[in-house]
Design a protein around this ligand. Structure first.
Ligand code: MV4
Length: 502
C-alpha cells in the first residue's frame, strides 16, 4: 500500500472546496486552499490549514491556470490534488501535469479522462460492453455530406452534439432535413469556441427524456462497485435544481441491470476512482447511455445519504492505493434522499445572477437535514463564478418523509442580502407533478417560465421588509436576537402552518 497523504491541495473554491477540506480534516490530512483575488476572505480559505494565492478574480487567470495550481501544490509540499468539480476537474492536461509533477491527481488517469471526454469514443466503449446507447453515429462526422447521409439513416428529430462536448454546450436539436446544414454550421462554431474542437456527431433525439445517472467507484486493484442511481431530471438551462435517490422511476430489476452494465464499462475502461454514467430514459423507461463524467459530481451527497458512504474520503483512500472497503453485496440504498441547489439567482427576474454580500443567514438543521455550503453570514458572493452557494439535503425513511423534511428546511432557510432560488425550490417541492414523480427534463423549464401564484409565494414582501429592518436594528444595537426579529420569524411560521398546500 502506498503511503498515506500528509497534505492535499484543493484546486477549487466554494462549497466543494469546503466539502473536500472537511474530509481532509476528518482524516487527519492537512489541507491547502488556493484562492483568487475575489476569494481572499472566502470560507474555503478560512477553513483550510493554509492558503495560496493563484491570481486575479477571473477564473481563466486563477482557478483555470494549470501552471499556478501546480506551482502552489509543489511549493506547499502537498502530495495530492483534489480537483472538485468544474474548473480543471475533467481537464486531461491538468491530470497529466499533476502526474508529471509527482502529485497524485485524485481522480482517474489522464488517458481515461481523454477517452471519456471524447463522446464518440465513450459511445464506442459502451457499445463494446453491451450498454444500450441512443441510436446515432459512433464517430465524429467529416463533412456536410456525411452529416446528411447519417441523418437520413437515423431519422428526425435528432441531436447534433459536440464530440468534445458534455453538459449542454454545442448541443442542437434538429427537427427536419431543411435545418440540418445550418444547424451543423452553428454547432461546429459553438463547439470550436467552447472546446477548441469543431467535430460533431449525431444522435436520435429523445422527446422529454428523463435523466438518471449511476455512481461508480473503482480502486487500483480491480475492484469496482456501483452506488445506485440519482434522478436528475429537474434541470433548467442545463443547471440541475433537484436531485434524488432512489429514482421514483426505476424498478429493482432495471436498477440492477444498469448498475451491472455501468460496472462493466468501468472495468473495460480501466477506470479508477469516482465516476458517473449518465443515462437518458424515454417514456417506455428504456435507458440509453449518454456519457461518463470523470469527476465527483455536485449531487454526490444524495448517494452518501442513502448508502452511508463518504465518497470524498473514499476518493482519497483510493488515491492512496487502498482497496475498496466493501463489495457490491454490502451496499444498500436505505431510505430516500433529496438535494435542492441554492443558487445566488433571482427566480423572479428570469434567474438573473444575484451576487453581493450575505447580510443575514439562518441555515436549517434538525433531523435528517444536511447543508453543504460555501458561505457564511457576512460573506461576499462574487460575480465571477458559478452562482451555486449551497446544497440543502434531506433524508427520510421514504420519499414522502424526505419531501416533508425538505419542504420544512427550505422554509427554515433565511438568506438576506442576495436573491436565491429557495422560493423556486419551494415551488418544485410542492408541485403535484413532483410529488407524484411525474417529472421529465422539461418540468423545471415550464415551472421557471410561469410566475408563481400569489398565494404560493412563501415570503411576502412585507415579511421580508420586517426581517431586514429587524436585522438592521439588531446590528445597530449590537445585541443578540432582539424582539422584532424573533416576532418576524414567528409570524412567518404561522403563515406557513396555515397557508401551505400538501
Ligand atoms: C439528448 C437529449 C435528447 N436526445 N440526447 C443535454 C445535456 C447533455 N448531457 C445531454 N443533453 C441532452 N441530450 C438525445 N439523444 C436531450 C438532452 C437534454 C437534457 C438532458 C438531460 C437533462 C436536461 C436536458 C435539457 C435539454 C436537453
Amino acid at each position: 500500500m502506498a503511503d498515506r497523504f500528509n497534505k492535499i491541495l484543493v484546486a477549487n473554491r466554494g462549497e466543494i472546496a469546503v466539502r473536500v477540506i472537511r474530509a481532509c480534516r476528518e482524516m487527519g490530512i492537512a489541507s491547502v486552499a488556493v484562492f483568487s483575488e475575489a476569494d481572499r476572505a472566502a470560507r474555503h480559505v478560512r477553513l483550510a490549514d493554509e492558503a495560496w494565492p493563484i491570481g486575479p478574480a477571473r477564473a481563466a487567470d486563477s482557478y483555470l491556470r494549470i501552471d499556478r495550481v501546480i506551482e502552489a501544490a509543489c511549493a506547499s509540499g502537498a502530495e495530492a490534488v483534489h480537483p472538485g468539480y468544474g474548473f480543471l476537474a475533467e481537464n486531461a492536461r491538468f491530470a497529466q501535469a499533476c502526474e508529471e509533477a509527482g502529485l497524485v491527481f485524485i481522480g482517474p488517469r489522464s488517458e481515461t479522462i481523454t477517452l471519456m471526454g471524447e463522446k464518440t469514443s465513450a459511445r464506442r466503449l459502451a457499445v463494446a460492453v453491451g450498454l444500450p446507447v441512443v441510436p446515432g453515429t459512433l464517430e465524429p462526422l467529416a463533412d456536410d455530406a456525411a452529416i446528411r447521409q447519417e441523418a437520413e439513416r437515423i431519422g428526425f428529430p435528432l441531436m447534433l452534439k459536440a464530440a468534445a462536448g458534455g453538459g449542454g454546450k454545442g448541443l442542437r436539436l434538429v427537427r427536419s432535413a431543411a435545418d440540418l446544414v445550418s444547424a451543423a454550421a452553428r454547432a461546429r462554431s459553438e463547439a470550436q469556441s467552447a472546446f477548441g474542437d469543431d467535430r460533431v456527431y449525431l444522435e436520435k433525439a429523445l422527446v422529454r427524456p428523463r435523466h438518471v445517472e449511476i455512481q461508480v467507484m473503482a480502486d487500483h486493484h480491480g475492484n469496482v462497485v456501483h452506488l445506485f442511481e440519482r434522478e436528475c431530471s429537474i434541470q433548467r438551462r442545463h443547471q440541475k435544481v433537484v436531485e434524488e435517490s432512489p429514482s421514483p422511476l426505476l424498478t429493482p430489476d432495471l436498477r440492477a441491470r444498469m448498475g451491472t452494465l455501468a460496472v462493466a464499462l468501468v472495468r473495460k475502461a480501466g477506470y479508477v476512482n469516482a465516476g458517473t454514467l449518465e443515462f437518458l430514459m424515454d417514456e417506455s423507461r428504456e435507458p440509453y447511455f449518454l456519457e461518463m463524467n470523470t469527476r465527483l459530481q455536485v449531487e454526490h451527497p444524495v448517494t452518501e445519504l442513502v448508502t452511508g458512504v463518504d465518497l470524498v474520503k473514499l476518493q482519497i483512500r483510493i488515491a492512496q492505493a487502498e482497496r475498496l472497503p466493501f463489495a457490491q453485496e454490502d451496499l444498500v440504498q436505505r431510505g430516500h434522499a433529496i438535494e435542492g441547489r441554492i443558487y445566488a439567482e433571482d427566480p423572479d427576474s428570469g434567474f438573473l445572477p444575484s451576487p453581493g454580500r450575505i447580510l443575514a443567514l439562518r441555515v436549517p438543521g434538525g433531523p435528517g437535514i444536511r447543508d453543504d455550503s460555501g458561505v457564511e453570514d457576512g460573506d461576499e458572493v462574487p460575480s465571477h463564478y458559478d452562482p451555486l452557494v449551497s446544497k440543502l439535503l434531506a433524508w427520510g425513511e421514504d420519499r414522502a418523509s424526505a419531501i416533508a423534511r425538505m419542504r420544512r428546511a427550505v422554509r427554515e432557510y433565511r438568506v438576506l442580502g442576495i436573491k436565491t432560488t429557495l422560493p423556486f425550490l419551494d415551488r418544485v417541492l410542492r408541485h403535484p407533478d413532483f410529488v407524484a414523480g411525474r417529472i421529465d427534463t422539461s418540468f423545471a423549464e415550464r415551472l421557471g417560465r410561469d410566475s408563481p401564484p400569489e398565494e404560493d409565494r412563501p415570503w411576502p414582501v412585507a415579511v421580508a421588509a420586517a426581517a431586514i429592518s429587524a436585522f438592521e436594528q439588531r446590528r445597530a444595537a449590537r445585541t443578540p436576537s432582539a424582539v422584532p426579529a424573533a416576532s418576524a420569524w414567528r409570524r412567518e411560521g404561522r403563515v406557513e402552518s396555515t397557508g401551505g398546500r400538501g
